[in-house]
Design a protein around this ligand. Structure first.
Ligand code: A3P
Length: 282
């Protein structure tokens, strides 16, 4: 009876699962895991470790906000909850649904050369299929119409605009949809290639956007020559992303890669106009 009369320990009082104040919405293969893990270095940030897929999958969305909240980490008041689901960026209903949850939610979009992104996207699907002993097609078979093995064919070996991974690389199409619901300033665009080259400056910009005090330091990162990427140091522990991040890409002929770059020139320009900056993409 005496124990019942005592107040609960302070931590059970203070920590709770809260809806995210910021969401990494994509792009798939843009460096979303790296960005999430790096933001998590900040003492005022807690992240949902697994991708949540709430707004983009109807079966999850139907479960409602209480389900969504239950996927979040425990936080103290004043801490920022962040989740990442790269599939959000290109899923049509997501911007509107997110706005309905919280019109003030801060959005982070990490982009990368969309031609490289496509090859990385294909490589991921290929690995998944190989793991499950499923048949697969070469990237050229998927990317080119009437492919004959040399990048030529009855369709002239033209790029197939219907290829799903290509559509996910048409950033302007998706970004436009986000702008129909959120003001431009509410979407912070992270340069994925810059994050690979030198994470710290991109993290500093993200902190500023999230109105967090600057706590992530250059000493939180070190270049791991074996992995060929920066890894993280936090509380004396170092951590690299797993081997599915930064792995060799599936082969693609130079000729087809050039075709892809040519195809993406116009879409990229449109994206630059929408975001108000350019990127040195192919
Ligand atoms: P590649 O495997 O094509 O090189 P996502 O987490 O969105 O799936 O993105 C994966 C990509 O993150 C990788 O693509 C890799 O280039 C990039 N990346 C950025 N910073 C990284 C880091 N520090 N370690 C490993 N991969 C990183």
């Amino acid at each position: 009876a005496l124990a019942l009369a005592l107040p609960p320990p302070a931590h059970t009082n203070a920590t709770a699962q809260r809806l995210p104040g910021a969401i990494i919405i994509g792009v798939r293969k843009g460096g979303t895991r790296a960005l999430l893990e790096m933001l998590n270095l900040h003492p005022d940030v807690e992240v949902a470790k697994a991708e949540v897929h709430y707004f983009n999958l109807d079966e999850n969305y139907r479960r409602g906000l209480s389900w969504y909240r239950a996927q979040m980490p425990f936080t103290l008041p004043g801490q920022l909850t962040v989740e990442k689901t790269p599939g959000y960026f290109s899923a049509p209903l997501v911007p509107e649904r997110m706005w309905e949850m919280n019109p003030a939610v801060r959005l982070l979009l990490i982009v990368r050369d969309p031609a490289e992104r496509l090859v990385s996207d294909y490589t991921q699907v290929l690995h998944n299929r190989l793991q499950r002993h499923k048949p697969y097609q070469s990237l050229e078979e998927l990317l080119l119409l009437d492919h004959d093995g040399n990048g030529n064919g009855r369709g002239g070996g033209r790029i197939d605009p219907g290829y799903k991974a290509l559509q996910r690389s048409l950033y302007h199409v998706h970004f436009q949809r986000w702008l129909e619901h959120f003001p431009r300033q509410q979407i912070h665009v992270v340069d994925g290639e810059a994050l690979v080259r030198d994470p710290y400056p991109e993290l500093r910009k993200a902190e500023r956007f999230l109105e967090l005090p600057p706590r992530i330091m250059p000493s939180n990162f070190y270049f791991n020559a074996t992995k060929g990427f920066y890894c993280l140091i936090s509380a004396g522990h170092d951590k690299c992303l797993d081997e599915s991040k930064g792995r060799p890409h599936a082969p693609l002929s130079q000729r087809t890669f050039h075709k892809l770059c040519h195809f993406l020139q116009e879409p990229n320009k449109r994206f630059f106009n929408l975001v108000g900056r350019t990127f040195p993409w192919c």
